[in-house]
Design a protein around this ligand. Structure first.
Ligand code: ADP
Ligand code: ADP
Ligand code: MG
Length: 652
């Protein structure tokens, strides 16, 4: 076994590899970009080396820099993790040339499987069923169109060099073919500097079933059961599980054998995954699954396989790379219970799953499930890398219990600051069709409306309003103390708040920019807050920020603000009625057009800055005389957004 390893990666996977390496007694060498100086993967290592600026192109993807660190640190092997250089044959070769063992397959195997067209031709020869389609050399639009017509619609255009769902287009009918082809080629050139495409028949009710394979350098190759990754969005995996619902032992053996044939056909060594697409219309069965591609690396979803087999796949990678033989035969591989993984991303389901960066004010995970993470509270979710916050993996005797455990864990995960998909994932895992095992790659899109609530969570909003109220009272109490010897009197503060007001007060609030009212009842036991009849949620967590209170509940986050405070704090109106941007940011939404009449305090626009939304409200009643920006535009602090001509020529 090796005595040291350089981990050429970051985040969750670098941490996960480091843990196994340390357990095996290795000295762990980490690398980090400028953005990752204080990242957990750096602290988990015995030594860490800087490799350049934040952009991956200038750090994690610079082969020479990594090799230089490997030499300097005298690392015996390099583990590439996944993503970055994991499937880069030139990197594997550079490691070999530097006398460092690359923990992964031989460069030739990476190359053989690197291009989808070439891989499919190889697989046909090896007797592995491939998706019907065209993967030939003719790449002019007319020839491709002819092949497409022959194949029939719907079909998929895929970038030959593709990965991560990029460069893929579904074509519904012949009339759409040319524009889809152009789009796919454009995306392929941009992402992979290579525009070649293949065509594939679009499989009905597609189910993504993949086999984990493992080969040693002594000619042994086995499979470690399948994973079902059919829950996807935009061709990207969201939830993965093992075993696949409805899989029979006989079909597992058949698909496993096909996967082993695929691996052997390219002289594979190490951990790999053979991805199949199955026709789910009549359940999984022989003859209705086809090879899509082979990923020549460890996979993001490998923990579900580890859960059901009891193996540490990273340990096996090291052992195989060190020349050891596989210690298990095919019939010794266990399949114990059921495991499900959810990928928590910093993204906002309510806004089309846009990435959501910014500072993590809190990050807390529940007990009872495996947590693979590489970020921590206080850190920035950087726009430079994959926005994965954590993977949660639940394992239980049955699928039903594993799903319930996972949903519960997702709902108890607390993420404050950036938005996350935790609540969405919980809703997905609890969905009827998912629990019944009736899954296919279209399930999420079909159910998007039900999975992403559109209204506000009133109980969470009430919780936020109650916190705002407590802050306000503390502020007043403080100013009363100060007022003992100084003016101005707090009773003259023009903030709409009063202790001597009515017994029931209604205060306008904004919940994620949506207007609502908080009702405050002053009784003997102090004020009681409600929003739309709902009292404060007991299972919510609140976090005070400069903009308002963040309420985290059930995996969702809401920002609750006093509406008048937002208007007062965030509108900069000059004497001439000019509305200026209070900060640098992006104009997310513009609610008015030139000529519109607006009321004082009316929402005009939303600026997003540091991933927080700031409402710009009208400083006075009047007419929008001029608009100087557009939705989506970047705005600089102090930039003029619009001009309001005040009603009757006067401002309030
Ligand atoms: P997988 O097929 O292993 O599930 P995906 O297809 O979801 O992975 O990921 C797309 C690409 O992004 C893959 O090359 C994967 O290795 C990479 N990737 C995914 N997550 C991360 C991460 N946290 N860090 C680095 N690379 C990642
Ligand atoms: P990538 O390299 O981006 O991972 P894949 O070829 O593995 O590309 O396909 C990604 C996803 O696209 C699959 O998991 C599946 O959901 C969908 N897909 C791919 N090929 C087909 C097909 N022929 N029919 C239906 N869906 C497909
Ligand atoms: Mg794939």
């Amino acid at each position: 076994m090796f005595s040291s390893v350089l981990i050429a990666n970051r985040g969750e996977i670098a941490c996960r590899i480091a843990r196994t390496a340390r357990r095996l007694g290795m000295r762990v060498v980490a690398v980090y970009s400028e953005a990752d100086r204080n990242a957990p993967h750096v602290r988990l290592a015995d030594e860490a080396h800087p490799i350049g600026p934040a952009p991956a192109r200038e750090s994690y993807l610079v082969i020479e820099r990594l090799i230089e660190v490997a030499r300097k640190a005298a690392a015996e092997c390099v583990h590439p993790g996944y993503g970055f250089l994991a499937e880069n044959a030139a990197f594997a070769e550079a490691c070999a040339a530097a006398g460092v063992v690359f923990v992964g397959p031989p460069p030739a195997a990476i190359r053989a499987m690197g291009l989808k067209d070439q891989a499919k031709r190889l697989m046909e020869k090896a007797g592995v069923p491939v998706v019907p389609g065209y993967h030939g050399a003719q790449q002019d639009a007319a020839s491709l169109k002819k092949e497409a017509d022959r194949l029939g619609y719907p079909l998929l255009i895929k970038a030959a060099a593709g990965g991560g769902g990029k460069g893929m287009r579904r074509v519904e009918a012949a009339a759409e073919f040319f524009s889809a082809l152009e789009a796919a080629q454009r995306e392929a050139v941009a992402a992979f500097s290579e525009g070649r495409v293949i065509l594939e028949k679009y499989i009905d009710k597609p189910r993504h079933i993949e086999m984990q394979v493992f080969a040693d350098a002594h000619g042994n190759c086995i499979h470690l059961n399948e994973r079902d990754c059919s829950l996807q969005r935009r061709y990207q995996k969201v939830i993965e599980e093992a075993p696949a619902p409805g899989m029979t032992a006989a079909l597992r053996e058949e698909m496993g054998a096909a996967a082993v044939r695929a691996a052997k056909a390219v002289g594979y060594v190490g951990a790999g995954t053979v991805e199949f697409i199955a026709d789910g219309t009549r359940g999984l069965k022989s003859g209705s699954y086809w090879f899509m591609e082979m990923n020549t690396r460890l996979q993001v979803e490998h923990p579900v396989t580890e859960a059901i087999t009891g193996l540490d796949l990273v340990e096996w990678q090291f052992r195989v790379a060190a020349g050891e033989k596989l210690s298990l035969g095919q019939n010794q591989v266990l399949l114990n219970g059921h495991a499900v993984e959810a990928r928590i991303y910093a993204e906002d389901p309510a806004r089309g799953f846009l990435p959501s960066t910014g500072k993590l004010l809190a990050l807390e995970f529940p007990e009872g499930v495996r947590i693979d993470t590489g970020v921590e509270a206080g850190a920035q979710v950087s726009p430079h890398y994959d926005p994965l916050i954590a993977k949660l993996i639940a394992h239980a005797a049955t699928r039903e219990v594993a799903l319930a455990k996972l949903a519960d864990a997702l709902e108890r995960t607390v993420i404050a600051g950036p938005r996350s998909n935790a609540g969405f994932l919980a809703a997905l895992v609890r969905a009827e069709e998912v629990r019944a095992g009736r899954i296919d790659t279209g399930l999420i899109d079909r159910n998007l409306v039900a999975l992403v609530p559109s209204g506000i969570d009133c109980a969470a909003a009430a919780c936020g309003a109650a916190t705002l109220l407590r802050q306000e009272m503390a502020r007043i109490a403080q100013s009363i103390e100060r007022a003992d010897d100084a003016s101005p009197s707090p009773w003259e503060a023009n903030d709409g708040f009063s202790l001597s007001g009515p017994r029931v007060q209604t205060i306008p609030i904004l919940v994620d920019g949506v207007q609502a009212s908080a009702t405050i009842r002053y009784g003997g036991d102090g004020p009681v807050v409600a929003v739309d009849g709902a009292g404060p949620a007991l299972d919510a967590r609140t976090f005070a920020t400069a903009d308002g209170v963040l309420v985290v509940r059930g995996g969702w986050q809401s920002l609750v603000q006093w509406a008048d405070r937002v208007a007062r704090d965030f509108v900069h109106a000059d004497g001439d009625g000019t509305v200026k941007a209070p900060m640098h940011g992006r104009l997310l939404a513009l609610f008015v057009a030139q000529g519109d009449k607006v009321a004082k305090g009316q929402r005009l626009a939303i600026i997003e800055a540091m991933k927080m939304e700031h409402t710009i409200a009208a400083p006075c009643a009047g007419t929008v005389a001029e608009i100087n920006t557009a939705a989506g535009a970047q705005v600089a602090e102090g930039a003029r957004l619009m001009t309001i001509a005040p009603e009757n020529g006067k401002r309030s």
